[in-house]
Design a protein. Structure first.
Ligand SMILES: Cc1cc2nc3c(=O)[nH]c(=O)nc-3n(C[C@H](O)[C@H](O)[C@H](O)COP(=O)(O)OP(=O)(O)OC[C@H]3O[C@@H](n4cnc5c(N)ncnc54)[C@H](O)[C@@H]3O)c2cc1C
Length: 390
């Protein structure tokens, strides 16, 4: 059996889990090469703890070079082109051939999509942005804070609500809440609509209990950076003292340039095996589009939310199946749509939403009663994550 070359593009959650699992499963039968344009893995599920002052930026990163200790080759380059028919990728004018390719390139911010957004708002989906937000909250002494969700899909559908809860808590601690108003303006009809009306109503209840206002179905036209005014489609405008935003998302350019995306801009995959339409090319995590069979309203198609929990499980599925293929064994594992996420509520408490997005007639997701225990579980999960994969 000749030694296979497996290229994993992206050293985020999906890429790291895939590369480490593949090395363990294939040992000397395969060369595992992980390529990322950054030198570090950044664990985004801990971003909001940087906002809350519970983590520094350094604490939630790991050097990807460290994967070499596990026998994985790491190349710090931006991949510029993928040629599935030729089984090759291009970076820095070099061409590399592969036997198997895993796309784990994630989703990127696309702030210029909305006129004025980049200049007026803090994008808290980047480590730099979350640091700026922490500073802005430290300096904030009253006024209106607006959290924006301008477009769909976006990763971690809980994050804008968690950001609002944590900002609320921080302002209470520094006794600035009585002079402050926090509102969420979202394009969505409900918080986390993919998880269903029960979860949405539960989150609306948590918002109402804290006096955080919720404005659904708000589509942004533009933002005036000088006056900090958000102009919504339909004519309404709203001024704020501090605007924070989920960025509009897009796939990395290499996906589009290589013809791997469909009309939605994301990579369509088999919803159980994560195979793309190209032989031996798989995609996991945020870069994918998985249309769900179940729906809440007959005319409203749903997609699997973009979240680390899915990137992680999908990477395990792909790694096991590639390892089996190399050993001429049948496929071993299928992705089944199960997932869970913590919902940070501030004051050391969290909720926990768990369920299955592949259920029909619609996804079934339940919210566990918020408590300090769920927050502690998330802390333990973060520790486990870094220990297990680095
Ligand atoms: C604020 C926030 C909170 C979150 N909280 C949670 C949570 O609590 N639970 C949860 O499950 N999920 C959470 N998420 C979502 C989670 O972080 C993502 O869904 C997850 O990281 C997706 O993994 P991925 O491997 O698909 O992509 P990523 O982790 O984004 O990794 C993509 C990698 O590809 C690299 N890359 C991109 N383009 C190129 C290129 N051309 N060449 C080389 N490398 C490239 C990038 O540098 C990056 O390292 C959160 C996200 C945010 C922003």
């Amino acid at each position: 059996m000749s030694r296979k070359t497996i290229c994993v593009l992206g050293g985020g959650i999906g890429g790291v889990v895939a590369a480490v699992s593949l090395k363990k499963a294939t040992r000397s039968a395969a060369r595992i090469i992980l390529i990322d344009k950054n030198t570090e893995h950044i664990f985004a599920p801990s971003f909001l703890w940087v906002l809350a002052g519970q983590r520094s930026a350094e604490q939630i990163k790991r050097p990807l070079e460290r994967l070499k200790r596990k026998g994985i080759e790491f190349i710090n380059q931006e991949v510029s082109r993928i040629y599935p028919d030729d089984r090759s990728i291009v970076f820095d004018d070099q061409v590399m051939k592969y036997d198997y390719l895993i796309l784990a390139l994630g989703a990127e911010s696309n702030m210029p999509l909305i006129d004025g957004l980049e200049e007026a708002a803090i994008n808290f989906y980047s480590l730099e942005g979350i640091g700026r937000l922490r500073k802005a909250i430290d300096e904030f002494d009253g006024g209106e804070v607006i959290v924006l969700v301008p477009s769909n899909p976006y990763k971690c559908p809980a994050a804008p609500y968690e950001a609002a809860f944590l900002i609320d808590h921080e302002l209470r601690v520094k006794k600035a809440k009585k002079n402050a108003k926090i509102s969420i303006y979202t394009i969505e009809p409900l918080p986390m609509p993919g998880a269903g009306p029960q979860i949405g109503e539960a989150i609306k209840g948590f918002l109402a209990n804290r006096g955080i206002q919720f404005f659904p179905n708000m589509s942004i036209d533009s933002v005036d950076a000088v006056s900090k005014t958000i102009n919504f489609k339909g004519g309404e405008s709203k001024r704020a003292d501090l605007i924070i935003t989920v960025p509009p998302h897009k796939t990395p350019d290499v996906i589009k340039n290589s013809g791997l995306a469909d009309e939605s801009g994301w990579v369509p995959v088999n919803n159980k095996t994560l195979e793309t339409k190209h032989k031996n090319v798989f995609a996991v995590g945020d870069v994918t589009k998985i249309a769900l069979e179940g729906r809440y309203k007959p005319d409203k198609q749903l997609s699997l939310p973009k979240a680390g929990v899915f990137a992680h499980e999908q990477a395990l599925v792909v790694a096991e199946n590639i390892a089996a293929d190399i050993k001429n064994e049948p496929k071993k594992r299928e992705f089944d749509g199960q997932g869970a996420c913590f919902l940070e509520l501030g004051d050391g408490k969290a909720g926990y939403a768990v369920g299955n997005f592949y259920e029909v007639p619609h996804p079934v997701v339940k919210m566990r009663t918020p408590s300090r225990t769920w927050h502690l579980y998330k802390v333990l999960f973060e520790k486990y994550w870094f220990w297990r994969w680095f």
